[in-house]
Write a protein that binds this ligand. Structure first.
Ligand SMILES: *[C@@H]1O[C@H](CO)[C@@H](O)[C@H](O)[C@H]1NC(C)=O
Ligand SMILES: *[C@@H]1O[C@H](CO)[C@@H](O)[C@H](O)[C@H]1NC(C)=O
Ligand SMILES: *[C@@H]1O[C@H](CO)[C@@H](O)[C@H](O)[C@H]1NC(C)=O
Ligand SMILES: *[C@@H]1O[C@H](CO)[C@@H](O)[C@H](O)[C@H]1NC(C)=O
Ligand SMILES: *[C@@H]1O[C@H](CO)[C@@H](O)[C@H](O)[C@H]1NC(C)=O
Ligand SMILES: *[C@@H]1O[C@H](CO)[C@@H](O)[C@H](O)[C@H]1NC(C)=O
Ligand SMILES: *[C@@H]1O[C@H](CO)[C@@H](O)[C@H](O)[C@H]1NC(C)=O
Ligand SMILES: *[C@@H]1O[C@H](CO)[C@@H](O)[C@H](O)[C@H]1NC(C)=O
Ligand SMILES: *[C@@H]1O[C@H](CO)[C@@H](O)[C@H](O)[C@H]1NC(C)=O
Ligand SMILES: *[C@@H]1O[C@H](CO)[C@@H](O)[C@H](O)[C@H]1NC(C)=O
Ligand SMILES: *[C@@H]1O[C@H](CO)[C@@H](O)[C@H](O)[C@H]1NC(C)=O
Ligand SMILES: *[C@@H]1O[C@H](CO)[C@@H](O)[C@H](O)[C@H]1NC(C)=O
Length: 559
């Protein structure tokens, strides 16, 4: 009995001791109040950090010292570790914040993820103290209007896995990238539009970053530098984006081949590349994406250099010649292909597409010698989302095979020598369409109702055709509507409907429209361009509050 009682007393004591110690640890880790995880010191630090920001849109309204806001782990953009309760993530991307980055951030020593990108820090320098947040693994300061020299202190962030310093307005500079070479864990580096004119050690540095997988150095004014020697090619780089620099073919290609044999994406758009694509590129059999647009490449047989692994191929704005079929016809993995603005020729038949069953985006526009000869019964085995065939000879008939393309979003068959009526099944057959350009053809007859069932039809250009009859019922939600230079007639007094408020650009000039102008233009909040010139309107010109560009006064029939 006594033993039993003693045991019971002991048990009670144990329970009390356990309870007290549980309470103690609980209070220690929560800053005194039950249920609140946030640490007092870190909350204070965030409040100081907020004090130095200008938060015009109240994006940080959940941050405050009021009692009911005490738990900073619940504040917008804040994530705490669920065991230690320390703040580990601060994600303030794109919150329209202005002002200064407070040094109080240093109190949040457990921060692993900091994203301040797409805010506006008013051309201040990137604070050096960010380099002391030693546990950071992800740091994004992209597009935030920092300026000046990137502080070398960021090289102290030895745990860093991703670093985003893209500047968009070209205001950040780095005269040497040596500081980067200490970031041994770096996998992702984004430095778009950072002025690296003086950083002649950039290549030396990136060859030291042996874990780097993705590198973006767009528009950094990089040019050829001495190849570092000895040169370590055991790089893990798979995604290499260098568009908008000053590279020449003879230097960059050998470098790329040496740098990584396992590249999956190579972007050399808008450089100074000339001549033919080097044949060794074909040996890069892991390459799935290649962008060589906007250079001065020539050559009749680019296919000889293109590896069959490619899914994304962009060769636009060069001087390639030869046939489309030879260039892309055997690349059976292609999904997106843009070979616009070259000198390709071809009569395109169904056979071009024999191997291309994954095709989603096709841009053949602005080549002078491409025409289509496709039989009317063709039922392609792909579903395209974007088709650009401007200046290809697609006509004389509307391409009937488009009827099978249920996922079509963007269609441009402008300037395509089509002399036809507009089929009444189109664009109903493509319910996802949001942009349609059939301008500069010879379409005639009455347009079908374009209004049905489109959720987001934003862009309609039917100009320079011979459409007639009264104005069509326009697609809803359109912001750009160009019906100019046709033969539309009749009145426009019913022009504005519930959905007209999206209009941003409206051009009805050079038609046969007549009668009074509706009063509704003044009530269209987004309308910026309105052209009614060269019609037969009469009566009063209504007030046009918001329109910033108007034409119509020269109409001889208006008064
Ligand atoms: C940011 O710092 C500058 C210079 O120290 C100061 O003039 C300005 O008032 C600060 N802005 C805010 C929002 O604290
Ligand atoms: C902590 O959070 C992580 C991520 O949300 C989750 O995977 C993990 O299970 C959580 N741990 C505990 C102890 O709740
Ligand atoms: C950066 O500055 C430019 C020019 O002053 C401005 O247009 C842009 O909106 C700013 N960026 C952000 C994210 O506020
Ligand atoms: C951080 O880097 C700077 C400049 O690169 C250096 O002067 C400083 O000593 C470093 N600080 C720490 C704590 O390592
Ligand atoms: C980039 O830096 C170089 C050298 O400091 C300078 O000459 C050039 O004007 C800078 N470019 C821009 C766009 O500021
Ligand atoms: C690019 O670098 C050259 C020198 O290599 C310099 O003269 C030029 O100003 C730089 N351009 C820009 C836009 O920074
Ligand atoms: C190249 O990298 C390998 C593996 O990381 C290393 O063993 C070798 O010493 C490096 N060579 C040079 C010249 O840096
Ligand atoms: C590429 O590697 C070869 C052989 O290792 C070497 O001769 C050449 O100089 C290197 N080229 C570049 C640009 O690194
Ligand atoms: C491609 O690789 C093969 C096998 O390694 C080699 O024989 C051939 O010379 C290479 N071709 C080019 C153009 O580099
Ligand atoms: C389709 O692929 C086969 C096998 O690779 C090839 O022989 C044929 O020429 C290709 N078709 C076209 C149009 O390129
Ligand atoms: C189009 O192809 C058909 C047969 O496929 C052929 O008879 C006709 O001549 C071709 N037309 C043109 C203009 O090439
Ligand atoms: C606006 O709606 C009326 C009546 O529903 C219709 O007759 C007219 O064609 C529509 N106008 C446009 C531009 O869609």
């Amino acid at each position: 009995m006594i033993v039993g009682q003693k045991f019971f007393q002991h048990l009670q004591l144990l329970v009390i001791v356990l309870f007290l110690s549980w309470r103690a640890t609980f209070e220690h880790s929560t800053g005194t109040e039950v249920g609140i995880k946030c640490l007092e010191k870190e909350r204070e630090a965030l409040l100081k950090f907020k004090d130095e920001l200008i938060d015009e849109h109240g994006r940080l309204s959940s941050w405050g010292s009021e009692k009911y806001k005490k738990d900073c782990c619940k504040w917008r953009g804040v994530t705490c570790d669920n065991q230690t309760n320390h703040i580990v993530e601060l994600d303030l991307c794109d919150m329209a914040l202005r002002g200064n980055v407070s040094i109080s951030l240093l109190e949040i020593q457990h921060l692993e993820y900091l994203d301040l990108s797409y805010n506006h820090f008013e051309y201040s320098k990137i604070p050096q103290f960010i380099g002391s947040l030693g546990r950071l693994q992800h740091l994004y300061l992209d597009g935030s209007n920092f300026s000046g020299e990137i502080p070398h202190h960021l090289g102290n962030l030895s745990e860093l896995n991703s670093l985003g310093l893209s500047s968009f307005h070209g205001s950040l500079t780095s005269t040497s990238l040596d500081w980067l070479s200490r970031l041994n864990s770096l996998n992702y580096l984004y430095m778009r539009s950072v002025n690296l004119t003086m950083a002649t050690d950039w290549l030396q540095t990136i060859t030291k970053l042996t874990k780097l997988q993705r590198l973006e150095l767009y528009s950094c004014n990089l040019s050829m530098v001495l190849t570092p020697s000895p040169f370590n090619a055991s790089n893990s780089l798979s995604d290499f984006r260098l568009s908008g620099n000053e590279f020449s073919s003879s230097w960059i290609f050998p470098l790329v081949f040496n740098l990584s044999s396992s590249l999956s994406y190579l972007d050399l758009r808008s450089n100074k590349l000339q001549g033919e694509i080097p044949l060794s590129l074909r040996n890069m059999t892991s390459l799935t994406g290649l962008d060589l647009s906007n250079n001065q490449f020539t050559g009749e047989e680019p296919h000889l250099a293109l590896p069959s692994s490619l899914s994304y191929l962009y060769l636009s704005d060069n001087m390639f010649t030869g046939t489309v079929t030879q260039c892309i016809g055997s690349l059976s993995k292609l999904e997106d292909v843009d070979i616009s603005s070259n000198n390709f020729e071809d009569v395109i038949t169904e056979s071009l597409f024999f191997n291309l069953s994954h095709l989603g985006m096709l841009d053949l526009s602005y080549n002078q010698g491409i025409s289509f000869n496709i039989s009317s019964g063709w039922n392609p085995h792909f579903q395209l989302t974007d088709v650009f065939l401007s200046r290809c000879k697609v006509g004389p008939h509307f391409p009937i095979w488009l009827r099978t393309q249920k996922r079509l979003e963007y269609l441009d068959i402008s300037n395509a020598e089509i002399s036809d009526t507009f089929p009444d099944w189109f664009p109903k057959s493509s319910p996802k369409l949001w942009a349609l350009n059939v301008s500069h053809n010879n379409f005639h007859g009455v347009l079908p109702d374009l209004s049905s069932n489109f959720s987001r039809f934003e862009f309609t250009d039917l100009s320079f055709n011979h459409f007639n009859g009264s104005l069509p019922i326009l697609p809803p939600n359109g912001s750009v509507v160009d019906l100019s230079s046709n033969e539309f007639s009749g009145s426009i007094t019913n022009l504005c409907n519930e959905t007209s408020c999206y209009w941003h650009f409206l051009d009805l000039s050079n038609n046969l429209l007549s009668g009074q102008l509706p009063d509704c233009f003044a009530n269209l909040p987004n309308l910026q361009y309105l052209n009614l010139a060269h019609n037969n309107f009469s009566g009063k010109i209504p007030s046009l509050n918001t329109v910033s560009y108007t034409r119509g006064q020269e109409n001889p029939n208006s008064n």
